[in-house]
Design a protein around this ligand. Sequence first.
Ligand code: FE2
Length: 199
Amino acid sequence: MTQTATYTEQQFIQDVKEVFASTPDAHSQAHRIAQHMQRMLAVPDWPESSIRAQGGGEPGSYILHKDKEQGHPAPGFVLLAYINEPRKPTDIQAPHDHGAAFVVYGIASGGTIQTRYRWEYSENLEEQPSLKAWQEIDQAPGMAAYFLPGEIHNTQRRTDQPTVYVRLTSQDLGEIWRHRYDPRTFSAHGFKSPDGPQQ
Ligand SMILES: [Fe+2]
């Protein structure tokens, strides 16, 4: 049996806790947690086995772990698993950030297109800045992708099959303010959402 095959969710959580305990640097934490998450995603039937263990299986979100001791910038990281129906072609998600937290997404089946945005400013202060998409990632099963504090992104799930994925946030997003951005007007609206799909 390979080392990957023996990796368990319990070990993954422990590795994440050790990352948080080892440094206060979110840049380093997110990168290292993404490596551990990819190792976890290589284990067949994860996170589906964990979802089934709590009686789940229907589309929705499932709490795999809420931590009281570790996180960034304060204790409280959260690991959720999701089963999402295929995205409707008309269903466009807005760009958003994750406040002071970072997020690591991992795809188990299905897939998403992750788009990164940045603000573009004119030198003329009479013009408001606009959001420009600058990177697209085709996130396939087995891949982790992370977004650092303040980063703006959006996700488009596949339209032809369900997507099963996990999301580790360095804080409980039900408790911190972040923003959603109108892709046409670039207006920013604060919100809190503990478990919205890929938000
Ligand atoms: Fe997000």
